[in-house]
Each structure stands twice: as structure tokens, then as C-alpha cells.
Design a protein around this ligand. Sequence first.
Ligand code: KIV
Length: 288
Amino acid sequence: MAAPEKVTPQTLLDLKRRGQKITALTAYDYPMAKLMDEAGVDVILVGDSLGMVVLGYDSTLPVTMDDVIHHCRAVRRATHRALVVADMPFGSYQTSIDRAVENAVRLVKDGGAEAVKLEGGVSWAATIERIQQAGIPVMGHIGLLPQSVLLSGGYKVQGREIDDIERLLHDADAVQEAGAFSIVLEGIPAPVAKLITQRMNIPTIGIGAGIHCDGQILVVHDVLGLILNHKPKFVRTYAHLREEMEDAFARFIEDVHRGDFPSSEESYTLTDDVERLLEERYGSHSHD
Ligand code: KIV
């Protein structure tokens, strides 16, 4: 069978032009990335949601460059078709443009990322432009910005009032003009996402942004029903792995306690000759 065609930033632009929807999921490890790549997802994001769904932090703020690189390498090893995008974690691009470029280069060289994503609009246009000039495709991200949670005071839907909507439009324009190849729209009302999607040449990828975006992204733990706390309104759960896992762990513990695991079929055996020798030398203790 011929290898599937690699997804590039250009593929996403072509999909938008053809009116075909883009699919994106987050992944942080090899098996998850392998299964979603084989299923045909277009974009795999090594998101800084890593901090919350894998590392046990209560926000994305503590996630480091080393964290993202470590997980991105695993994802990249598993991925043959999808475009692998790595999130620039909090602090990796906010302090200076030079530092942003250096860190984007690290995500590509050390992590194997094929593009990077950073949060913010107008204020980050110059940063996007310089990273892109360095030869690294950039995915923008506007609307609800988890890395700005200290400033915004929570994870709130953005763009409900006319001033906020206009700010979002300026942000989207600035990200596109800076050279981003696509833009994530997070936590904004569907009609606002529709307006942005219609005026953009680059594809919009929505999360909590309604049906009209050019593509959709979800956090894989949400998709699989591995949510340990609050389930956001926009999440659709396609499996119930939390219940499956809880049941599996409980049954394993029960089987071991009852002496039901492992069975003889699940154990290695000796030949009769070796068994006999063992018994001669060490007595019946050696019997199973
Ligand atoms: O970190 C992440 O998972 C993200 C998505 C929610 C878009 O940025």
C-alpha cells in the first residue's frame, strides 16, 4: 500500500479552498499519536494542555520547553501523515522576539515539530512574523487564551460584546498578515467564528467556536472520556475510557487479591525433565 500523503500547511490551505473540513486532535505520547495518525486526523497538536491532562497541573502555565520537547519527540516518532504542531509554552515567547525564535527553532530541531502554535493576536504579530521568517510555520490562536488566565481571571468565552468582537477581528487579521498558516479560534460564539472564518484566507480551527470553522480540534482526553474534572460545553465524548479504566483497575486488584491472576495459561512452564531435577534438588517447594 502506498504511504499516505503527508499533511503540510499547504494541505490545510487547499482543504479550506476546497471547502473540506480539517480535523485536529491533541496528543502527548506515542500510542495515542499512532492511532490517531492511522485513523487519518490531519493535525496533531502537542498542546500545552499537556500540563493539565497529563502532568496534573491546574493550568497550562507551569509547562516548560523541555516538557513539550519530550512529548513532541514521542508524538513525532509515531506520526507519518499528520502535521505535527507543538505549542510554545508560557514564557517561551513572551519575553523577547529573539527568545521566541530560539525556542521555536528548539521545538523543531529537538522536538521534531513541523510547526509551532502561539497564543495572541495584534500584540504577537511581530513575533509570528519573525518565527515564520526563520522558516517555521506558525499556527495562531485567538479568543480564549489559557496562557492569559491570570490576566483574564478564568476560562471565559470571548467576543460576546461588539467591542470584543471587533478586537477579535483585528487579532485575526494581524495573525494572518503576520504570515500564520492557520489560526485556532477558542471559546468564541459561533456567529463570530463564522465571520472570522469567512474573511480569512487561512483556515480557522475551532474549539468551542461552533460549526462554521474550517476545522475542529479537541483535546484527546476529552474525546476519549478521560476527563477527571469539569467537562466543557463544547466537548463531544466519543468513548468512555474513564469508566473502562476504573473497571479494569478494580478487576485487576480483585483478581490478584483472590489469587485468580495469573492463571497457568498466563504463566511460563518448565519441561518435565527440568521440573523433576528441580524437585530432586529442592523438594516440593519448587512446585507451582
Ligand atoms: O493546548 C491545547 O490543547 C490547545 C488546544 C485547546 C487548541 O491549545
